[in-house]
Design a protein around this ligand. Structure first.
Ligand SMILES: [Zn+2]
Length: 333
């Protein structure tokens, strides 16, 4: 057996390690401001910290909730502060919450032109970490209607313009519209190689995965990767990594959605994936919601799929997140 083969076998043994060991992680996409967290946000922050989460991004979807996101950011920082005081240890619990502002394509009917004006005003006043989530979504028949889709395209392009003007990365939400989104991104002056950006909760095929990475985006991997039946997703992620290396990935919970399969307690999973109400995050059931503390399961499944150890993958994902968000957060040692 060559040294190389022995090393690979050793690596495979390592990747089957359980989750006993904690690694520093960045949750690149959450809706932790959702009301479903109002009753136990403090405990959730502490549990997330205990699981290694050191940064989380609160991602925008409706203009009316932007203020709530900033309130949540303050409360996460306050929880952090309280925990530090309680334990008298400055390193005991310190999660940094960050904000992305954007108008989500799934809620296009609820957005007005004024929302775009207000968005840009807020970007100027408060300088968020990123613009998002923005993109195209034709999940339902109603969203495929020409007028509705044209409005999605218009809002997508305008928000890409805002990202370019203010030199900010974008968080893309693309569902059942990958070809159309790629066509827009290829001609738009937004340059992900320069500004960064994440194709959040990536759900396309192998060629599409590679196309987004080629444009400079990282692929956001959620708890869906934990589902052994998610063959198409596994193949797409593997294909992107085969061509571009593990540098093309970041991880996220997208909480309260996308609960890892091992954390699900009922058949409510499909409800979370296929929203029927106007606000899917309000309707997520608290007993089956996803939480930031579940992020290590995404690390674990990805590590098994790619046959890379938790430690190596966690460190690379941290760097990838910093690259995608154009920040320089120190890796905790
Ligand atoms: Zn989201």
């Amino acid at each position: 057996m060559s040294d190389n083969e022995s090393a690979m076998i050793a690596e495979k043994t390592i990747v089957r390690e359980n989750l006993d060991k904690m690694y520093p992680l960045i949750d690149t996409h959450t809706h932790f401001d959702a009301p479903v967290f109002d009753d136990d946000r403090t405990q959730q922050v502490q549990q997330a910290y205990a699981q290694g989460i050191r940064h989380l991004v609160l991602v925008g979807y409706l203009h009316q909730y932007f203020a709530r996101m900033y309130d949540t950011q303050r409360s996460v920082n306050y929880i952090t502060h309280l925990s530090n005081t309680a334990y008298n240890d400055p390193d005991k619990c310190h999660i940094n919450a960050h904000i992305a502002l954007g108008l989500h394509p799934f809620y296009i009917e609820q957005h007005t032109e004024d929302c775009l004006v207000q968005l840009e005003k807020m970007v100027i006043d408060r300088r968020p970490l990123a613009i998002g989530e923005i993109g195209l979504d034709t999940f339902t028949d109603a969203m495929k209607a020409p007028d509705t889709f044209a409005k999605q395209v218009r809002f997508f392009k305008t928000q890409l313009d805002i990202a370019v003007t203010h030199q900010l990365p974008v968080m893309l939400h693309i569902r059942k519209a990958h070809a159309e989104a790629l066509a827009i991104l290829k001609t738009h002056k937004y340059n992900a190689h320069k500004l960064g950006g994440i194709a959040h909760s990536f759900s396309g095929g192998e060629q599409e995965a590679k196309a987004f990475v080629k444009l400079g985006f990282k692929l956001g991997v959620t708890g869906q990767i934990t589902n052994p039946n998610a063959k198409k997703l596994h193949r797409a992620i593997q294909a992107a990594v085969d061509s571009y290396g593990i540098e093309c990935l970041v991880i996220e919970t997208d909480c309260p959605d996308m609960t890892p399969i091992m954390c699900q307690t009922s058949s409510g999973y499909h409800l979370a994936l296929e929203p029927t109400s106007n606000d899917k995050f309000d309707s997520a059931h608290s007993h089956n919601r996803n939480v930031p503390a579940n992020l290590p399961w995404v690390l674990s499944s990805l590590s098994e799929l790619l046959e890379v150890s938790h430690a190596k993958l966690a460190k690379q994902l941290w760097q990838n997140s910093c690259d995608a968000l154009k920040v320089d957060w120190a890796y905790p040692v």
